[in-house]
Design a protein around this ligand. Structure first.
Ligand SMILES: NC(=O)C1=CN([C@@H]2O[C@H](COP(=O)(O)OP(=O)(O)OC[C@H]3O[C@@H](n4cnc5c(N)ncnc54)[C@H](OP(=O)(O)O)[C@@H]3O)[C@@H](O)[C@H]2O)C=CC1
Ligand SMILES: O=C1O[C@H](COP(=O)(O)O)[C@@H](O)[C@H](O)[C@H]1O
Length: 513
């Protein structure tokens, strides 16, 4: 590692086989570099990979956007985003190495000229940086533009292996399609352009350490599996709450909404990992096969009106400041029926889960940012205590804290000291921060590296996408047929009344994480 073009990490031991592999020579083209995702997550993740010594020498990064920028203008955007958001410390020598491979291509998706320039830029980079003709195209853009960009990549010969056998991969953000029919249409298009092994449908929840730990928790321990079924679990709540609004993302979010934005992908993936059987190994085929079976057994509620809820945040005070309502956000039509709160019940028709409802909810402008999976257990069949002894006793629960306070909580009843017999809920906690010295990489770091390595297990296949839309489509159709505004909810609260009622009907209440 003496060549000045190598990203050097003095802390990395190249012999340590537990550490991630280093990507081979390549260039990454980012579409949508002015967007929220690219700025907040992708550019910092690329720098962090470089800083950890996981990018190859001469790595190329090309931004494509409808801006009249030069290479140095784009480099400044990357620099600012890295300084603000990267997880690892800023090191001048790493930045200088990254800078050598940074290029910008101005243009719109419909411009043949821009895609010709992109091709030329990639060829030049191959020459100057030695990227070996290996290219990954990352579509961090609104889903309605996926098809157009893929067509342009094909038209301009960017989707093919060349004579050297160099690879060309595409990374497609979620949601993949708008419903089942459009997802299948998009899949037909994508598979006519890229080989299936070159298509990486990204769901960044699968790159989170805490989500991967779900597999470790379930399958590396003896403790939990015996209770992981309908005999012990009463119901499951999967929550993804955000305190932010849509920010400047009207162009992406409006017409998409909470259900398509995160339930179709992140939350149904969490459900699949929670509900699936043990795979025979963690290789891509086995893992995906088990997730597929779980999703195939999952179905929307029979009574959609009773067991779903949607809402839209209202303006007011939240988190100590004045915030806009969804309909007042820039770029949103005052008549928009897009939901910013969605909650659905899903049932899983198999031996393990029959009769155990899974409740999924997600929303913007909730009181805090938190994602968790809570398995609420049945109550003990008999309590040999007086009623007053157990007034403060809830049901046992196992809560997987996905973020931000990563860890696991086990809730159970314990005797209050110095009382005759009073039982109260207590918790036992595992926290990543106190148990491990190693810090978790950002999900996008892991996933971008996997793309560059061509490592598929963490990327959903089309069948999973299809099955997820099959669960969601009837609900989305039902909501669309209502043709009404979603119920308003005050910003900084846990959502609309209909969300509470939906659970109350089944005798449950949402957790307040
Ligand atoms: N933001 C997030 O936290 C996450 C987002 N995602 C996914 O990432 C994708 C992008 O989302 P996000 O970044 O939030 O969206 P934004 O609306 O913030 O960004 C969209 C980007 O696409 C560009 N764009 C849109 N239309 C065109 C066009 N016709 N020609 C050229 N460029 C265009 C925009 O450029 P311009 O500035 O010129 O409009 C902008 O750079 C979505 O699929 C989303 O689901 C996934 C996980 C997290
Ligand atoms: O996919 C998305 O995720 C983000 C939240 O990601 P997280 O890792 O911070 O939980 C969400 O804000 C965005 O709307 C959605 O597109």
């Amino acid at each position: 590692m003496s060549n000045a073009k190598h990203f050097v990490n003095p802390l990395r031991d190249p012999q340590d086989r537990r550490l991630p592999r280093i990507a081979g020579p390549c260039a990454l083209v980012l579409f949508g570099v002015t967007g929220d995702l690219a700025r907040k997550k992708l550019m910092p993740a690329i720098y962090d990979l470089a800083n950890r010594g996981l990018l190859p020498p001469g790595f190329g990064l090309i931004g494509f956007a409808r801006r009249d920028w030069e290479n140095q203008d784009f480099a400044k955007i990357v620099h600012d985003s890295v300084k603000e958001r990267a997880r690892t410390p800023f090191r001048e020598e790493v930045w200088k190495q990254l800078l050598e491979g940074i290029r910008f291509v101005p243009g719109t998706f419909d411009s043949d000229e821009s895609f010709q320039t992109l091709k030329q830029t990639l060829d030049d980079l191959d020459q100057s940086q030695g990227t070996g003709g290996n290219h990954a195209f990352y579509l961090s853009i609104p889903p309605k533009a996926f098809d157009q960009v893929i067509s342009q990549l094909k038209k301009h010969g960017l989707a093919k292996r060349d004579q050297r056998g160099a690879w060309s991969r595409v990374v497609i953000e979620k949601p993949f399609g708008h419903d089942l029919a459009s997802a299948n249409e998009l899949e037909r298009r994508v598979s006519s352009v890229f080989h299936s092994q070159s298509v990486f449908r990204i769901d960044h929840y699968l790159g989170k350490e805490t989500v991967q730990n779900l597999l470790a928790l379930r399958f590396a321990n003896e403790l939990f599996e015996p209770i992981w079924n309908r005999n012990y679990v009463d119901h499951v709540q999967i929550t993804m709450a955000e305190d932010i609004g849509i920010g400047g993302r009207a162009g992406y979010y409006d017409g998409v909404g909470a259900a398509r934005d995160v339930i179709q992908n992140h939350l149904l993936q969490l459900l699949a990992l929670t509900a699936m059987e043990e795979p025979t190994s963690f290789d891509a085929d086995q893992l995906r096969a088990e997730k597929r079976k779980a999703l195939a057994a999952a179905r929307p509620p029979k009574d959609i009106a009773a067991h779903t809820a949607r809402g839209q945040y209202l303006g007011g005070w939240a988190g100590g400041k004045q915030v806009l309502g969804y309909l007042e956000e820039e770029g949103i039509s005052p008549q928009s029926q897009t939901e910013t709160y969605a909650a659905i019940r899903v049932d899983i028709d198999n031996r393990r889960w029959a009769g155990v409802p899974f409740y999924l909810r997600s929303a913007k402008r909730m009181p805090r940012r938190v994602t968790e999976i809570a398995l609420n257990l049945r109550r003990a069949p008999h309590l040999p205590f007086s009623q007053t002894d157990t007034e403060a006793l809830g049901s046992n629960a196992l809560v997987l804290r996905i973020q931000p306070d990563e860890g696991i909580t086990l809730r159970f009843g314990a005797k209050v000291p110095a009382t005759l017999m009073e039982i109260r809920d207590v918790t036992m906690d595992f926290a990543y921060g106190t148990s491990f010295a190693e810090s978790s990489p950002e999900a996008y770091e892991r996933l971008i590296l996997d793309v560059l390595l061509g490592d598929p297990p963490l990327f959903p296949q089309h069948e999973e996408v299809e099955l997820s839309w099959k669960i969601l489509d009837p609900i989305l159709d039902f909501w669309a047929d209502l043709d009404t505004q979603p119920e308003g909810y005050a910003s900084g609260t846990w959502g609309p009344a209909s969300g509470i009622t939906m659970l109350a009907r089944d005798g449950f209440v949402w957790r307040r994480p």
